[in-house]
Structure formats: C-alpha cells, structure tokens
Design a protein around this ligand. Structure first.
Ligand SMILES: Cc1ncc(COP(=O)(O)O)c(C=O)c1O
Length: 387
C-alpha cells in the first residue's frame, strides 16, 4: 500500500557507515535507517550472530523457555538497572506493553479510569494507543475514535504536570521521550526528567521513558535518562536494539516489574531466538568497542563543526544535539534538503518541517564526521542563499 513517500533510490548493499545504490553510487548514511543501524551496515558481529543462530534455531515459542531471550534479558536489565523485560517486535509494540502495564498497575490499585500524561510534539508509534499518545494531529487524523485515557501537556513544562496533578485524581503515569526525536530533536531543560521523577515519586505515578530513538547509545549514554541521573520505572526500546532485526523491549523495575503475570500480555514473535541473538550481539559490541563514548565524542565534534560553519548564518535558528542525535533548525520548511543531500551522496532526514535530523551510526569516525559536516553545511548554506 502506498503508505510511504519514498525517495527515488534503491540500496543494494552497505558496509559500515556507507550504502551503495543499484547504480553503484556510494552514500554516507547519516540516518542509520532512522536510528536503527547503530553498528552501521553488515557489521560482522551482527552478521555472524544472525547466521549462526539461523543455522541453529530461529523460532520456538514463548510457551517454552528461550535461552537466548534469557541471556539478552539478563544483559539488558543489568545494563539498565531494571528488574524485568518484556520483548516485542517494534517500538509501537513496546510502548503498547508499557501503556498496558501502567493501566493494569492502576486497576490493581483501584483506579478505574487510569490516565497517562503525554506531551505535545511527542511520537510514540502508529498503533491506535500509541498514535493517541503521540502529540501530532497529522498522525491521528482520520483514525478517530482515538483511545481514551491520555492527557496532554506541553513538553519541558513541569508546571503543566503539576497543574494536571492538582486537577486530576486518576493519573497513573507519565510517558515521555528524554529527547523528542520526530518532534524536532527537542532537548528539555537539564532538570526536566529529574523533576518529573520527583512528581512521580510524590504522586505514586510511574515514570515511563520512551527510549526507542534515544536508547542504545544514541545520545552518548547507553540510555537517554542517564543524562538526568534518574532511573524511570518503565522504559521502552526498539530501533537500535537489533541493528535492523525487528525487536522491541519494555523494561521495568520495582513494583512495575511485577505487574504482568502469565497471560496478561504476549506476542508470538516477541523475543524469539533470532532477534534476541542479534540484539545480544549489538549490546556486546557496543560495550566491547566503547561505542557509547564514541557517540559522545563524535557528536561533540559534529556539533562544534556545524556551529562553526553555520553560527550567525541568517536562516539557521539552532544547532543542537546530544551524542549522535543532532538537529539543525532552520527558519523555513526544508524537506527539499533531503533530495539535495541525496544527489550529493548523503542520507539525512528532515523532521518537524524545519529541522534537519542526523542520526549517524555510532561507529562513525572522524574523517566521515568531517565529510558529513562539510557536505551538509555547504548544502544548507546553498539552500538558504537560493531562497
Ligand atoms: C520515540 C519513538 N517512539 C516510538 C516509535 C515507534 O517505533 P516503531 O516504528 O518501531 O513502531 C518511534 C519511531 O520513530 C520513536 O521515535
């Protein structure tokens, strides 16, 4: 079905941060399949893990124990400071699990119509519950009736959360991205998450972080919430977890980790041996190759380079980012830049109409970062000068 407005290019193979199309032209991939291929393309560790696992066992069922799921679960919960994990197949499904968990938690505590606070400009997925949670009318329009049980507040606004807390008695959780991705690489105040954590502790709400875009080293920490020095009760992962093999995860700690029991949620494919083996290879490689630190270092270099090239240029509103999650906001719609970059052999994205979004692989090295900064900056300068 024609659900996607596709760019006129077909990629045939990839290696590291590079992709080649069917005419043999090479592209620098500064998008990683939208924050998915953190280890780049055709990474040997992922390839070997998948091939080996495929030759042994791809799928059994969650009606049996799954050794690879247990191994990944142990690694992931230990890395995250969480107690338990539910495995799904996508980001939206991971968020669905978190939403169901919050509702079940509330019902067990006698709250009949549980409400989850969500934010403006957020993105949480395309299923009915997650598009309702999403703060973008375009994603929702035409799919009414929406799902009940969500209340929206502005992002980066703790006062609005306090007002909601004072006026509503059935709030049970806040669902929030540590940095808004689709919404335009919106970085909240440094104390935002810590203050939300404090409100949640006071009110007995669950703090649920959507780490689907920010997680797995993207921001220069393994998880985005680490920048705030807090730990959520629940958080979700997908995208970079499997480097392209579909897998999502909903992690929880404390009482939240004990909410689901046998029969309360499930998935046929979720956490199957193949997906879990791929994700374990990703986690182990990120640790072994110190890719979180690399993302932080390369991200700082890129930000400095972009600021050097673009600071004080009329039309450039802001250059911002954390790790390898970078946004360059212009004063005008700039979707056209994606095609201009494509012609130059560079893959970028524009989100929220005016924000160039960069999500390059965590394996990015200096020469490629320099090429990215130079090519994109000159494209932006040309684009702004032409109009
Ligand atoms: C923050 C966030 N949450 C959820 C999703 C949905 O993930 P998926 O497309 O895997 O369902 C995305 C995808 O862009 C996302 O960025």
């Amino acid at each position: 079905m024609s659900t996607y407005k596709r760019l006129p290019v077909v990629f045939e193979r990839g290696e590291g941060v590079w992709l080649w199309d069917d005419t043999g032209k090479r592209y620098l991939d500064a998008l990683s399949g939208i924050a998915v291929c953190g280890l780049g393309h055709a990474h040997p560790a992922v390839r070997e893990a998948i091939c080996e696992q495929a030759g042994r066992l791809i799928h059994t069922s969650n009606i049996y124990r799954i050794a690879e799921q247990e191994r990944l679960g142990d690694l992931l919960t230990a890395a995250a400071g969480m107690d338990r994990v539910f495995f799904a197949n996508s980001g939206a499904e991971a968020n669905e699990a978190a939403i169901k968990l919050a509702r079940l938690h509330a019902h067990r505590r006698g709250i009949e119509n549980p409400t989850i606070l969500v934010t403006e400009n957020s993105f949480h997925g395309r299923t009915l519950a997650t598009l309702t949670a999403t703060g973008n009318r375009k994603v929702q329009a035409g799919f009414e009736p929406l799902v009940q049980g969500f209340v929206r507040v502005p992002y980066n606004d703790v006062d609005a959360v306090e007002t909601a807390a004072a006026n509503r008695k059935n709030i049970v959780a806040i669902l929030v991205e540590p940095i808004q991705g689709e919404g335009g690489i919106n970085i909240p105040a440094d104390d935002y998450l810590a203050r939300l954590r404090a409100v949640c502790d006071r009110e007995g709400w669950l703090l649920i972080c959507d780490e689907i875009q920010t997680g797995m080293g993207r921001t220069g920490r393994l998880f985005g919430f680490e920048h705030a020095g807090i730990v959520p009760d629940v958080f979700t992962l997908a995208k970079g977890l499997g480097n392209g093999v579909p897998i999502g995860a909903c992690l929880a700690r404390g009482a939240a980790a004990e909410v689901f029991g046998p029969g309360s949620h499930g998935s046929t494919f979720g956490g199957n041996p193949l997906a879990c083996r791929a994700a374990r290879a990703v986690l182990e490689t990120i640790a072994a190759d110190d890719l979180v630190a690399n993302a932080a270092r390369q991200g700082e270099g890129l930000l400095a380079a972009f600021r050097g090239f673009l600071a004080d240029i009329p039309g450039v509103v802001d250059v911002r980012g954390r790790g390898l999650m970078i946004g360059i906001e212009l004063d005008r719609p700039c979707a056209e830049l994606v095609n201009l970059a494509l012609a130059e052999g560079l893959l970028i994205n524009v989100t929220a109409e005016r924000v160039v979004r960069l999500l390059p692989p965590l394996i990015l090295q200096e020469p490629e970062a320099r090429q990215l900064a130079e090519t994109l900056s000159s494209l932006i300068l040309r684009f702004l000068a032409a109009r």
